[in-house]
Design a protein around this ligand. Structure first.
Ligand SMILES: C[S@@+](CC[C@H](N)C(=O)[O-])C[C@H]1O[C@@H](n2cnc3c(N)ncnc32)[C@H](O)[C@@H]1O
Length: 373
């Protein structure tokens, strides 16, 4: 059994020290240790499902144990990270592609992005260099190599932008002009070294598996029935209104996605006062909409599990102006109503509700809510 500090393991912080997991900092992520903990404690079998896979922590941690897994997410940025971190690369081909790209002298002749605010985040030359490499990467035929290089470039763009990810938002902050080419290729070197250092699974006596990371909405996705031997996931935070604004630069520059979503996809449309769901009487509309959406996800996931398989939801409470919402208790009730058997709720840490967010200051739990089919 892995020793794990759950208060840390529900955050991305321990992943910063983990090769490959640390290729892209995903603020909302949990850590490899949490996945190992769940697999061991609940004797999960493959394949493992993660209906909110984010940057692929569940997928990569399963792969590292030789277990097959499937993840879905709505964010193209998260999926790029999940895929790039879990592909089975041909290292020789990858090395050659990096060396070829490095020989080129950046010269961008295309059009800058239309959005004024994106252009303003960069020095003109810096942006041109990023766009030059983006174009060259998009021309490449090998999808795996494209994902690897693009993730390196997305990370580099975040470093050279005149902005910092502060709390839940992107704050403009002037930096000195930074050398895109140098930073980009040193990032790729760092990533490549990780791959060289991690011997392929068969060399460690484990089966080689390539997880699936699919773009899909968990509220609307049905999975193969009686198929999964476990589920490990963390839904978006309940009231992180500014959820995707942290990545709005990356989304606008590298993906044809909408610029900004004002709220997490879950609970996007606040329920009106009318049809209050059974879970949620007395909750703020956003919270009711959130639990309505989670109910859809639970109903989609239950049939997908094999009988006896466990499902672990890492969920945090929400701070509202006049109310603190204990999501773990509400989710546990919801799961039972949908047909899951309750197993346990493990509180992992307390989250402080700040006066700005909630006049009623106090704390809410971040917990693991565990069910069995
Ligand atoms: C808390 S994060 C998961 C992070 C992940 N555990 C990791 O370690 O990277 C929640 C994820 O849910 C995704 N998401 C939000 N609404 C969704 C929906 N309706 N269907 C699928 N994914 C969704 C977000 O894009 C985000 O990546």
């Amino acid at each position: 059994m892995h020793e794990v500090n759950l208060a840390e393991a529900v955050t991305f912080t321990p992943n910063k020290r983990e090769p490959i997991h640390n290729w892209f900092y995903y603020k909302e992520g949990f850590s490899r240790g949490l996945v190992d903990y769940c697999i061991d404690r609940y004797r999960m079998e493959e394949p493992v499902l993660d209906p909110f896979c984010g940057s692929g922590t569940t997928l990569l941690a399963c792969k590292q144990r030789g277990l097959m897994s499937v993840g879905i997410d709505v964010s193209p940025l998260a999926l790029l990270a999940a895929r790039a971190k879990t592909h089975a690369y041909d290292l020789e081909g990858l090395r050659n592609a990096v060396l070829e790209l490095k020989k080129l002298k950046p010269e961008f002749k295309g059009n800058p992005p239309k959005q004024d605010w994106v252009r303003k985040l960069f020095y003109a030359k810096t942006l041109e260099n990023i766009l030059f490499y983006k174009e060259r990467i998009e021309e490449m035929k090998d999808e795996l190599i494209r994902d690897f290089l693009l993730l390196g470039l997305v990370d580099t763009a975040g470093r050279v932008a005149n902005a910092v990810k502060a709390g839940g938002s992107l704050r403009r902050e002037k930096k000195p002009p930074l050398p895109v080419k140098k930073l980009f290729f040193s990032k790729l070197k760092f990533m490549y070294r990780d791959l060289k250092k991690s011997p392929p699974a068969p060399e460690r006596g484990l089966p080689a598996v390539e997880p699936e990371a699919v773009e899909s909405d968990a509220r609307k996705t049905s999975f193969v029935e009686n198929h999964f031997g476990g589920l490990i996931t963390s839904p978006p935070y309940l009231n992180k209104i500014e959820y995707t604004t942290v990545y709005k630069m990356e989304l606008a520059l590298f993906f044809k996605a909408q610029e900004t979503r004002l709220r997490a996809f879950i609970g996007e449309e606040a329920a009106d006062e009318g049809g209050a769901p059974a879970t949620g009487a007395g909750l703020p509309p956003i919270a009711r909409a959130y639990f309505e959406d989670l109910e859809k996800v639970l109903r989609n996931c239950l049939p997908a599990l094999k009988p006896g398989a466990k499902a672990v939801f890492n969920i945090a409470g929400g701070c509202f102006p006049d109310q603190l919402v204990e999501s773990d208790q509400l989710l546990a009730e919801l799961g039972q109503r949908v047909g899951f058997k309750p197993v346990e709720i493990i509180p992992c840490r307390k989250i402080q509700c700040h006066a700005l967010r909630s006049m009623k200051t106090g704390t809410v739990n971040e917990s693991l809510v565990v069910f069995e089919k």
